[in-house]
Design a binder for this molecule. Structure first.
Ligand code: GLN
Length: 557
């Protein structure tokens, strides 16, 4: 058998993760948890998402519909499942870890127009499937295991080319280098007190009909799965009994690695590859996480004042980063979703009183921004800890300009662009040229909507002795960005004289990255998205300290 770890160039084994019966079974979470368990056994992993939708990337999809857009260090706008992957494995995702049908077709059509196919008839098989296979194998010599999750459920029309591609892929590889893990649901019929296995059987049949035989079945269930049902699933679905793994509902998603381990998921996967004896797992990290979830000392309540509050997934990483901050401080963080639009015109106080801290997240467009500006004002005046992220920083700057620095009509060019007229003094303006590393990036006003933002990881220099430098414990940071507009340094002096300090700047000193009120216990606005880099076992410094400040504030009353 080929040695896996410790070899200069490992060749990855592939685990394909598919879902059936219903959507939203937690495939992303199961994949992420499995990745973390393989790491606990000493292996290196990379996780990938293949999405059948036709959007080229999720960058232009509504957060109401698709949830948050997760941004990678290398500037890709990806599916939020990549956030799960990073949070569970700590492996920074890359642009090449997320692909959609839209991207695949767009690549194929581009090649066709360039004449790369030398006049051949372009077909789903082999051209589209080859493109998918190529994507799957990127970086296969870098890790021990490559986990590829296929979005959607088996049987979806759009998913077919992906299923066909992974079937071919496993066929092309030597025997034993690819396995298939399938997630299903065992519905519970209260009337008869039974767990039903038929939908699982049908879903596996559907997979088999396209040439894929699952090696491991993960069955979501609200009730314990009786031995007899497990045997039945194994028999009818043609998997080993030990490879029928139960996935029960959990108090916290961060219990998933231990729960899956206890149900035998990682063992079943290693068995399927024939890896024996399996290296022993080191699960200390996850035991510590478990302990921090279950042994808390009090609660804090944080208001997230946003626009996409009907769909919690729209702020997925922020919510998770707050949970991580809570784990660090051993408090339970209660997240309260407050719709900023409700007090766009009215008084914010009745909606914001009583929270231990206020967070204004990122967002696009004018709707709800007057409410967010009022939230920043409320936090400043009442000395409530405030964390402004991206748009949340811009709103804090506009609030400071209007109410403290004497720029009565301060606003963002973003809203004037939308309205097609000039109504505001642009304290926040549309950036068209900036520096990334040593290169200059430019954009025109009429560029496509997709991909015209300052995206991905950028460095910032923090002012020594500032709150934020103390929070980070360093003055050199890099964080991920996703925005078009910037605070204009033209107003720096005026705002700093009013008390709002610019304590983080781009290395060339042109772009404000962080602002903070000097005379406030905890008021920080950041132009980037710190939430994207937070992990349960390594919470982001800003979230650690923000929750600490909330805890302190909660004990004051
Ligand atoms: N809409 C703002 C901009 O484009 C903020 C973006 C964000 O919050 N991610 O600059």
């Amino acid at each position: 058998m080929k040695a896996i770890t410790g070899v200069a160039k490992p060749m990855a084994r592939f685990i394909f993760i598919t879902g059936g019966v219903v959507s939203s079974l937690g495939k992303g979470l199961a994949s992420a948890a499995l990745g973390s368990l393989l790491q606990a056994r000493g292996y290196t992993v990379r996780l990938r998402k293949l999405d059948p939708y036709l959007n080229v990337d999720p960058g232009t999809m509504s957060p109401f519909e698709h949830g948050e857009v997760f941004v990678t260090d290398d500037g890709a706008e990806t599916d939020l499942d990549l956030g799960h992957y990073e949070r569970f494995t700590g492996v920074p995702a890359r642009m090449t870890d997320s692909v959609s049908s839209g991207r695949v077709y767009s690549n194929v059509l581009e090649k066709e127009r360039r004449g790369d196919y030398l006049g051949k008839t372009i077909q789903v098989v082999p051209h589209v499937t080859n493109e998918i296979k190529e994507f799957i194998s990127i970086g296969e010599d870098e890790v021990d295991f490559m986990l590829c999750e296929i979005g959607g459920t088996v049987g979806d029309i759009e998913g077919l080319p992906f299923f066909e591609a992974i079937r071919q892929f496993s066929h092309d590889k030597p025997r034993g280098e690819c396995i298939f893990m399938h997630l299903t649901l065992l519905p519970y019929l209260a009337a008869s007190g039974e767990l039903k296995t038929k939908p699982t059987q049908h879903s596996v049949k559907e997979l088999q009909s396209i040439g894929i035989a699952p090696d491991v079945l993960v069955c979501r269930s609200e009730q314990p799965i009786p031995e007899k049902e497990r045997e039945k699933i194994a028999l009818f679905c043609n998997v080993r009994k030990e490879a029928v793994v139960a996935a029960y509902d959990l108090k916290s998603i961060y219990e998933a690695p231990l729960a899956y381990h206890n149900e035998g998921l990682d063992q079943a996967v290693l068995d399927a590859f024939g890896i024996a004896p399996a290296p022993k797992p080191k699960l200390d990290r996850w035991h510590d996480v478990y302990d921090r979830i279950h042994n808390t000392d009090g609660e804090v309540s944080v208001a997230i004042v946003g626009k996409y509050t009907q769909l919690e997934d729209a702020y997925k990483s922020i919510k998770e980063a707050l949970v991580h901050g809570g784990m660090h401080n051993r408090v339970k963080v209660n997240v309260n979703w407050v719709d900023a639009e409700v007090f766009d015109k009215g008084d914010a106080a009745p909606h914001l009183e009583g929270y231990d801290a206020i967070l204004v997240p990122g967002g696009f467009g004018e709707r709800g921004t007057e409410g967010k500006i009022k939230a920043a004002q409320f936090a400043r005046e009442h000395k409530v800890p405030y964390l402004g992220i991206c748009l949340g920083m811009q709103m804090a700057v506009i609030e400071a300009a209007r109410n403290v620095a004497g720029v009565a009509d301060a606003g963002s060019e973003e809203f004037d662009h939308e309205a097609g007229k000039k109504r505001f003094e642009p304290v926040v303006y549309h950036l068209k040229e900036w520096v990334q590393g040593n290169a200059k990036v430019q954009r025109k006003a009429d560029d496509d909507k997709g991909g015209t933002m300052r995206l991905g990881s950028y460095n910032a220099s923090l002012t020594e002795g500032s709150n934020v430098a103390n929070v980070y414990g360093t003055t050199a940071i890099d964080e991920r960005h996703r925005h078009r507009y910037e605070v204009d340094i033209k107003y720096r002096e005026q705002l700093e004289n009013a008390g709002l300090k610019f304590t983080g700047m781009s290395p060339d000193g042109r772009l404000p990255e962080i602002v903070e009120w000097a005379d406030h216990p905890w008021f920080i606005g950041v132009q980037f998205h710190p939430e994207l880099k937070s992990k349960p076992f390594d919470p982001h410094p800003l979230f650690k300290d923000f929750v600490r400040a909330a805890k302190e504030n909660s004990r004051l009353v």
